[in-house]
Design a binder for this molecule. Structure first.
Ligand SMILES: [Zn+2]
Length: 347
């Protein structure tokens, strides 16, 4: 049933017009995206505007050798109807990635992956060209196509999950920086003497609003403040506190949980204002698991942003919560393979 629906969507896209009434360009071209996650890998064939034509999910065996994981991916991808039409494969994976060489230096989700020449191995196995980048960069390309419909010029993508990541698109082109580490938005310091971050610094945005840290802050906060709802939900075992639980308590009107959401929102708002003042983007897309509960903190975030951002820069900036978090990685990876150095994402 899902496949029938997918083909119906694909058929309608084939004849669709874009926002400016132009026919979709190069409709026959399609790209293959692979989003390698810690528990599952998404594989999709995508059209030239980022629309998913076919997709498939497989389990990621994080304890397997890289060769085995790659073979499983190629085997699954080759079952897709249009696989033979695909010339290039784009791959997104979390970690420290050498984009130029396509080497996974380290991936937090795959402990056995150290200095893995993913591009070379996948090219050998698939007989297709391969391009590899980190998950935040591919998510920002996905956000450019799915949330901004390819219409943004300067787009910043913020991923809010266990950690806080980011990707930068300037003049419709992904900006990687001088050594490929651009977009580490989560490690912008907003409180010099704040909580210790995994990166070794103090007071990074990630150490304030990343999912793991949010739970730790809640535990500390509840040492001095009462939360009847969280007490009830956890049986006073605060090791069970998760962001989801905090958001649930806030929704039921719990004052302590609402205060934790307010603090998170204000910190996110400071980050948004910093980005707006520094980069002057036309679009900021916020995505990731934590955005499912964005109604709990977004108003606080936007209030803080309004207080801190330059008015003219704020006026031209659309701040949106992604409606496509689950698809950004795989679509972005596919569209990464569509991008070349001299060609911007959308002409
Ligand atoms: Zn940090």
């Amino acid at each position: 049933m899902k496949k029938i629906l997918m083909y119906a969507v694909c058929f309608s896209l084939f004849f669709a017009l874009d926002a400016n009434g132009r026919g979709i360009k190069e409709e026959g071209l399609c790209y293959l995206g692979v989003d390698i996650g810690g528990t599952s890998t998404k594989i999709a064939i995508v059209n030239s505007r980022g629309g998913i034509k076919e997709d498939i999910f497989i389990n990621t065996n994080k304890d397997a050798e890289p060769e085995e994981v790659i073979e499983t991916i190629v085997k699954a991808a080759s079952k897709l109807k249009d696989y033979s039409k695909v010339e290039k494969i784009g791959v997104g994976i979390a970690g420290d990635i050498d984009y130029e060489k396509g080497i996974v230096r380290f991936s937090p989700n795959l402990p056995k992956w150290k200095q893995v020449p993913l591009k070379e191995m996948l090219e050998k196995s698939s007989k297709k060209k391969v391009i590899v980048d980190n998950d935040a960069n591919v998510a920002s390309i996905g956000a450019f196509w799915l949330d901004a419909k390819g219409e943004a010029t300067n787009l910043i993508c913020i991923t809010l999950g266990t950690g806080v990541g980011g990707g930068l698109i300037f003049n419709k082109e992904l900006y990687r920086g001088s050594s490929g580490t651009a977009g580490e938005i989560g490690h912008i310091t907003i409180f010099p003497n704040g909580s210790k971050c995994n990166c070794g610094n103090k007071g990074c945005v990630e150490a304030l609003i990343g999912a793991n840290y949010l739970s730790k802050h809640a535990v500390n906060y509840l040492k001095k403040h009462k939360s009847p709802v969280i007490d009830k939900l956890t049986g006073k075992n605060y090791s069970q506190i998760t962001p989801k639980l905090i958001f649930e308590a806030a929704q039921s009107g719990d004052d302590a949980a609402k205060e934790l959401c307010k603090r998170m929102g204000k910190n996110l708002g400071i980050l948004l204002a910093d980005i707006i003042n520094f980069v002057n983007p036309d679009t900021i897309v916020i995505c990731g698991g934590m955005t499912l509960s964005s109604k709990n903190y977004m108003d606080y975030a936007l209030d803080e942003t309004k207080k801190r951002a330059f008015k003219s820069a704020l006026e031209v900036c659309k701040i949106v919560i992604s409606k496509n978090t689950d698809k950004l990685g795989v679509v972005g990876a596919a569209m990464l393979s569509a991008e070349t150095k001299k060609q911007t994402l959308a002409n």
